[in-house]
Ligand binder design. Structure first.
Ligand SMILES: [Zn+2]
Length: 237
């Protein structure tokens, strides 16, 4: 089994008005993607992602914040494949991601934490953006009972397929939290793959695929270190 996997970037919000590690400015993000393409990474869409070599690049956005609309056309121009992971409960009306961990931030920056509506997600899917599941309500999956865990994974997938009109194949674990039971449930629910928020060593597991999360404090040197093959293959600490 190969330990190598395409470089999958994980971003959250794209905005200059929310001072948060989760919020990256549009120009910064584009500069980062351009520099990786200049280093020889080949952009791939979600369709090819799971069969792609280690020099492939894919860009993902967790939480489906509405601000990402500002950067998606430019990413499309660069040829970058994009997946957006949405929570089905929040796409009903595109309400801010006011989960307990972000409630104060959502109250202070409601526009920055607003999420994409079903109509917007549908439009994105029509331009070739893959819409994946980030569960129904963004819970800590490892803390849920079996029934609730199954519901979060199944209902979000069914809702996305019904609203977007395309297969929902990919999952991103909220907070990157997973364990063998959660991974097993993701597989049973019919997802083809599920993503973490960090690098991971060891055997390849389609339900624990590594990503490189990019935060607002990551300058060029840190991004370079994070995306180097060596760092990506390091065992999880
Ligand atoms: Zn999230």
């Amino acid at each position: 089994m190969s330990r190598r996997f395409p470089l999958v970037l994980c971003y959250h919000a794209v905005t200059a008005s929310w001072p948060s590690a989760l919020a990256v400015e549009r120009e910064t993000l584009l500069r980062q993607v351009r520099s990786l393409l200049a280093r020889g990474y080949e952009p791939v869409g979600a369709e090819q992602l799971l069969r792609s070599p280690a020099n492939a690049l894919h860009v993902t956005f967790d939480d489906a914040f509405r601000g990402i609309l500002a950067v998606l056309p430019a990413l499309e121009e660069l040829g970058a494949g994009v997946t957006v992971f949405a929570c089905s409960d929040f796409a009903d009306g595109g309400r801010p991601l006011d989960v307990p961990e972000l409630a104060a931030e959502a109250a202070a920056h409601p526009n920055d934490l607003a999420t994409l509506t079903w109509a917007e997600l549908r439009e994105l899917a029509e331009t070739g953006v893959e819409i994946g599941s980030h569960t129904v309500s963004h819970p800590h999956l490892t803390r849920l009972g079996d029934e609730e865990l199954g519901r979060e994974l199944r209902e979000s997938r069914e809702r996305i397929e019904a609203e977007v009109g395309r297969p929902c194949r990919l999952l991103s674990y909220p907070f990157g939290e997973h364990d063998p039971r959660v991974r097993q449930a993701a597989k049973r629910t019919g997802y083809e793959a599920a993503f973490l928020v960090r690098a991971r060593g060891g055997r390849r597991d389609e339900y624990a695929l590594p990503r490189v999360s990019v935060y607002s404090g990551d300058g060029p040197l840190r991004l370079r270190a994070k995306t180097s093959r060596f760092m990506r293959a390091l065992p999880r600490r």
